[in-house]
Design a protein around this ligand. Structure first.
Ligand code: AMP
Ligand code: ZN
Length: 473
């Protein structure tokens, strides 16, 4: 089965061919630890987790590196405002980030290098750029990358060389395409930095943002590796500058596949700290949502499409995941006559799933396979067709899907259902009689029972496959 991905570098879907057979090496731009990450950031990390899990599902051994940006313009600004040493200030947000990853069931990367632990590697890389005549120190004592000396500059973001202004310098870490210029590799110490500085061959100062990802990825993954990911807003200038630095040093192709996810939106705007239109994961958990419900929403839209965040979507995720739990419990109790067609049915669902997820993480295809599995399983259970062994095959398939979805926790489903709402015995009994009447196609009787349930203050909701659920009015 072939994996293929849309490579931002070529703007094309390409078959995935790792550098070393059986292994996938990937680098992921991680958080700037100056605040709690918001769920827009977690859309990027959830997409990367979906990618990682898909590579693993396809049988590849993944080595993933995610950096922690714990020194930059923003971390320095806010640690000073808080009156705390940089390390103490960022420590709190690093810890919060790892807690949030657990809540979202995001698999840990193999390495989480922090920028402040890799200053010597960054200095070494800048020295190599000097040796190759690509870096220079300007009158402001900062060191810059001369984009003129790297003719391929602009190849990822597709920037016209005519619009490039080499010799014009930009010191900020973040800037727009229309101010493309020589960018800072090393920033000379200034007033605003307080006590955050290191010695270097160019005087006291601190690294620019972009150099950390080049230095740390190459330290842990080598001069060339398979995949680099991030949010689409990181493509320029960050990723463009990372390519320039890395290939400027080695002269070799640095990354083969670039994958970028589109934005999480709220009411038509990108969710961002600067617009103030964000929710942290903690905000949503305190409203009573669970990590897996939020995760389902974050992975549920194809990563290259914008995802509009709504609470309605999280409610729908809750409904679906509850139905998966209910199905799991039914399957665990199955003791039917047996159905010789189950293994073929499961194989077909798996094929649909893999055709979807292996094709540039086509999540709709993968979710369609889940619906197919749920519908077929519930129908067979209604007809009492599944033996314990048949049910086990379906449960194993759900577990397999969950290696990628990461939302079902099949073994914990019974506990969640037992903890779920209980209803008065009279209401429960009426609902069961109604289900039996519907099955027997006695709709007059089922309508009568529905009204009787309503009179007691409850509604019964139906889902495909004869599944029903009680709710208090
Ligand atoms: P930052 O901490 O701002 O560097 O962002 C960390 C990651 O989150 C980067 O990969 C960004 O591209 C990504 N990101 C930031 N905002 C959003 C958003 N609204 N939707 C999706 N990804 C985002
Ligand atoms: Zn980066």
């Amino acid at each position: 089965m072939k994996l293929r991905f849309f490579n931002t570098l070529s703007r094309q879907l390409q078959d995935f061919q790792p550098i070393s057979d059986g292994c996938a090496k990937m680098y992921t731009c991680g958080p700037t630890v100056y605040n709690f990450a918001h769920i827009g950031n977690f859309r990027a990390y959830s997409f990367e987790d979906l990618l990682r899990r898909t590579l693993e599902y396809a049988g590849l051994k993944v080595t993933q590196v995610m950096n922690l940006t714990d020194v930059d313009d923003k971390t320095i600004r806010d640690s000073r405002a808080a009156g705390l040493p940089l390390r103490t200030f960022t420590e709190k947000y690093k810890k919060a980030f790892f807690d949030d990853l657990k809540t979202l069931n995001i698999e840990p990367a193999e390495v989480y290098p922090a920028a402040t632990d890799h200053i010597p590697e960054m200095i070494r890389m800048i020295e190599q750029l000097f040796e190759r005549g690509i870096a220079y120190q300007s009158a402001d004592r900062c060191v810059y990358f001369s984009i003129d000396k790297f003719p391929q500059y602009g190849k990822l973001a597709r920037i016209d060389r005519d619009n490039q202004r080499s010799g014009v310098r930009i010191k900020n870490d973040e800037y727009a395409k229309d101010s493309v210029a020589d960018f800072a590799l090393w920033k000379a110490r200034d007033e605003a930095d307080g006590d955050v500085w290191w010695d270097s061959p160019w005087g006291q100062g601190r690294p620019g943002w972009h150099i950390e990802c080049s230095a740390m990825s190459m330290k842990y993954l080598g001069d060339s590796f398979d995949i680099h990911t991030g949010g689409i807003d990181n493509m320029f200038p960050h990723h463009e500058d990372e390519i320039a630095q890395s290939e400027g040093v080695t002269g070799k192709k640095w990354v083969n596949y670039w994958l970028h996810c589109d934005h999480l939106m709220v009411d038509g705007d990108k969710m961002s700290k600067s617009l103030g239109n964000f929710y942290t994961l903690r905000d949503l958990i305190s409203r009573g949502y669970t990590g897996r419900e939020i995760r389902w929403v974050l992975i549920g839209t194809h990563y290259r499409k914008k995802l509009n965040f709504t609470f309605g979507a999280v409610d729908q995720a809750r409904d679906l995941l509850n139905k998966v739990d209910e199905l799991v419990v039914r399957l665990q109790k199955a003791a039917g006559t047996g159905d010789a067609g189950v293994s073929e049915f499961v194989a077909k669902c798996k094929e649909t799933f893999e055709n979807g997820i292996f094709d540039d993480l086509n999540i709709s295809g993968a979710v369609a396979a889940l619906y197919e599995l749920m519908k077929g399983a519930n129908r067979r259970l209604d007809q009492n067709l599944l033996s314990a062994g048949d049910a086990r095959m379906i449960l194993d398939c759900l577990k397999d899907f969950d290696r990628v979805f990461g939302c079902f926790d099949v073994d914990g489903a019974a506990g969640r259902c037992a903890a779920a709402e209980t209803f008065p015995a009279e209401v429960q009994a009426l609902a069961e009689q109604r289900a039996a009447a519907r099955k027997a196609k006695d709709f007059a009787e089922s309508d009568r029972l529905r009204d009787a349930i309503k009179a007691l203050g409850y509604v019964v909701e139906d889902a495909p496959g004869g599944v029903w659920k009680l709710k208090k009015i």
